[in-house]
Design a protein around this ligand. Structure first.
Ligand code: GLP
Length: 259
């Protein structure tokens, strides 16, 4: 794991976006794994800026998203399909038919998940997987207690995640948040060739500490990234504040990135 520690989330988002821009410039057929949540939004804005400035094109890029709420159609303003269209897909030149988000309305959710895994495999696997982290250390919707080798499937949200995500739903009501989701598994995520994780703010400091300096455990599913050989964790000073070796990580990653 490389831990990049920036002063601000804007600075970190720009560095992460530059990494994706460079990868797509090098391989225009890059397969991206994408994430939702408020965290990646500034990075998506930077990616769109690079497209507008004609530095890069997503015309041949294909994407697969991490997860989707069960019971929300893509037209619902809290569905992750809707989020992706608004925050990224409509702002870059990607073909919408090349973007994939699990269908939360699927009649047979398990079949939908198996099909999704198959599609990713057929495409040659994810080249770069973007991730955020939940305050309880989850990645995608893989809550504490999920096997670190789990595959894409139906998952159940914890009360703490429902509470965290309620702010985005109608009147901030927890009862509006679906209790189930379709989610890529931890094992599926870790098969990506490269991982770019973003974690910002003091609300993520415990999760970052657990992911980086805790043992690898199903109680912090993000800790599975410890076994990945090309995982980059972009933090701001607040989210990195509880790391014991933060100065060392910051120096090492800055040296590797030539900053
Ligand atoms: C949800 C998503 C995760 C995301 C997390 C954090 O649970 N399934 O992929 O990382 O929210 O969201 P935020 O970035 O808004 O803190």
């Amino acid at each position: 794991m490389e831990i990049v520690i920036c002063k601000t989330k804007e600075e970190a988002s720009k560095l992460a976006a530059d990494m994706i821009t460079a990868a797509v410039q090098k391989n225009p057929k890059t397969i991206l794994g994408l994430a939702t949540g408020s965290t990646p939004v500034p990075m998506y804005t930077e990616m769109a800026k690079a497209v507008k400035e004609k530095k890069v094109s997503y015309k041949f890029v294909k994407s697969w998203n991490l997860d989707e709420y069960v019971g929300l159609p893509g037209t619902h303003d809290q569905s992750y399909r809707y989020f992706m269209n608004k925050n990224l897909f409509e702002k870059i030149d990607i073909k919408i038919s090349n973007t994939h988000v699990l269908n939360g309305m699927a009649k047979d959710p398990e079949k939908e998940c198996a099909k999704y895994e198959e599609q990713i495999k057929k495409a040659g696997g994810i080249d770069i997987q973007v991730l955020g982290i939940g305050s309880d250390g989850h990645i995608a919707f893989n809550e504490p207690g999920t096997s670190l080798s789990s595959r894409t499937g139906v998952v159940y949200l914890t009360p703490s995640t429902i509470k965290d995500n309620a702010r985005l739903f109608f009147k901030g009501k927890e009862s509006e948040v679906p209790t189930r989701a379709l989610s890529m598994g931890v094992g599926t995520i870790c098969e990506a060739k490269k991982i770019i994780m973003l974690a910002f703010g003091k609300n993520k400091a415990d999760a970052v500490k657990g992911m980086v300096e805790g043992g690898m455990s199903q109680f912090c599913t993000a800790s599975a990234l410890q076994a990945h050989n090309d995982a980059w964790i972009f933090c701001d000073e607040e989210s990195a504040s509880k790391l014991k070796l933060r100065d060392y990580y910051a120096w090492r990653s800055a040296t590797k990135l030539g900053l």
